[in-house]
Ligand binder design. Sequence first.
Ligand SMILES: O=P(O)(O)O[C@H]1O[C@H](CO)[C@@H](O)[C@H]1O
Length: 293
Amino acid sequence: MNGYKNGYPCQTIKYEDVQNTVKYLRNRTTIRPVLAIICGSGLGGLANTLEDQEAFAYKDIPNFLVSTVPGHAGRLVFGRLGGKEVVCMQGRFHCYEGYPVARITLSVRVMIELGAKMLIVTNASGGLNSDYKVGDLMVMKDHINLPGLTGINPLIGSTDDRFGPRFVPLSDAYNKKYRDLAKEIAQELGMDYLKEGIYVFQSGPCFETVTECCLFRMLGADVTGMSSVPEVIVARQMGVDVLGISLVTNKCIRTYDAVEVANHEEVLETGRMRAKDMERFVAKIAERVEFKG
Ligand SMILES: O=P(O)(O)O[C@H]1O[C@H](CO)[C@@H](O)[C@H]1O
């Protein structure tokens, strides 16, 4: 991962590889997506709701990785949602699966090169804010990239201007217009459980210790998870606006003598419980977003 291969640091994603994958998919689908969606743990049902679906298993797509996490089906699904042509990752890749961080975001580059002008990331998270309940949704206002602060960032490596700049501003990582639209739609749909807050990314796969949870809360985070941030960084490098929606699937344990512990089954179970609401919500967002040009 740290060495060089064919003159490139191994982390680097080649523009030509992305283009080859784009070409492969364009030749096999008639859908020209303007919106890209990534489904988080247990939230993949959204992809099944697309109209006029055309789906590809990740294992069949050149340069794609494979999903190894339960609740991540591992399919790229094209179709229509809310009257728009979309592409949906039914399952994502995570650093803790052993993949280099730049590699897990190749699929985001592909969806953007296919034409996506907006990225919606969804994820499952643990609630740190004591006002948050299991089943709440949170519009991501910002993130803390803990692995990023210690040198794990998808943009590390040799740079290619065709993807965008090396030095990417992230003060506007989560588009204000889209956050406001999401809140407006939630109100219309009577979703009084929609919050807005800060997501802290830790690499996983371990759930947090009690002290780590206390630290994250002190840093200002409302929820914690093991994904999404690398995807957002790459989308922003490529000039694409992002909306992030996090489902609080469990409460983070912040007392040392608690008997309950976090587990992936609970994460998936909460995902199933909120699946329909999430689908309705994202479909409405897809319907209402507007793109210039
Ligand atoms: O972020 P997503 O992919 O939704 O999944 C979340 O759920 C898993 C832990 O249960 C971790 O992968 C965490 O990041």
